[in-house]
Design a binder for this molecule. Sequence first.
Ligand SMILES: [Zn+2]
Length: 355
Amino acid sequence: MATPFSLSSLLICLTVIFLQPRELISAPADNESITLRVRIHRFRTANEPRLNCSMSDDDIREQMKAVNETWKQASIIWSIESIQNMTPQMPEAFALALSQNREKIAPALIANTQRENLLANGFNVVIAENFEKTIGGVFIPKPDGVVYFATRGPKGLQTPAVLAHELGHALGLPHTIFEKNNNLMMGAGSGRIPTRIKPITDSQATIARTYAVQGRPFQPQRIRRPQGSPADVFRILDSTGSGILRVEDSPPEFREFTREFFRKASRSSNDTITQGEYKIISGNQRINMKRNALGPEIIPQILLRFDLNRDGTLTREEVNNPHSLVFRQFNQWDENGDQKLTRNEMKKALSEKGE
Ligand SMILES: [Zn+2]
């Protein structure tokens, strides 16, 4: 009875061969283009005009054409799998989020998504009508890795670059720290102008292709990090002591961490990071973590706890507890350096989180 055995082992071999590429391929050849399937969902509802997307199929195809002109720089092609209508599940939650604060927009969008209609092995874009002054768009990595966009946003009618930007997040690109000049992934700043097409760097193209080749949206991972201060961590990662970080020089147990550190700085694994740049990047990351953890709605609680004379500002004496975050952040948050934290300074420090 040799035949069934060899047949089943042949089947196992085939399975192994077919399962392998997704896990093994690290980066495709430079010039080879990668096509990504994307299902476009258009919110349609009579109950909430700001969700009821007015774009026609042609409007959407026109947007995606411009998106592809930007992404051509990375040889990535977004291919529309289908355009479907989606009935929002909780329009009133969205309306409430718009009237309250932008932190609530993302959960409201998830709550309105018909998850069973999402393209399982590919990308999904859900389009609303008007995000008003809250956001231009957002990529929400969990649970499904969906990009949300709207016909209109904070600056009125939205350019396709906003959608191209959110798709950049879906391919693992963060907001840039060093790259200005209207770069696609600038979070904010004066160099950002609403053009139809935006530039990306070669490093960004390499990062995006690393994720694109996996054919599904980027998911942030928990990665073991070296212990210690930023200076300690730099010494650990720079195992050759050259003063310049390279992924391949990092200790093997922290190589994933180093690669992730590079990604967050919009550097590919072939790039280098100098000690000066490292300081700027890690400072930037600490600020982002604080903002993500708190958000501006914590300000009344901070004042209630620390503002002893109830004048609406905090002095060093009032927050005199070295274990409190406010104490540790005092100098960073005190923008004008007058040794007093105003409500506005705290609000600014805690809410400058772009999408
Ligand atoms: Zn963004």
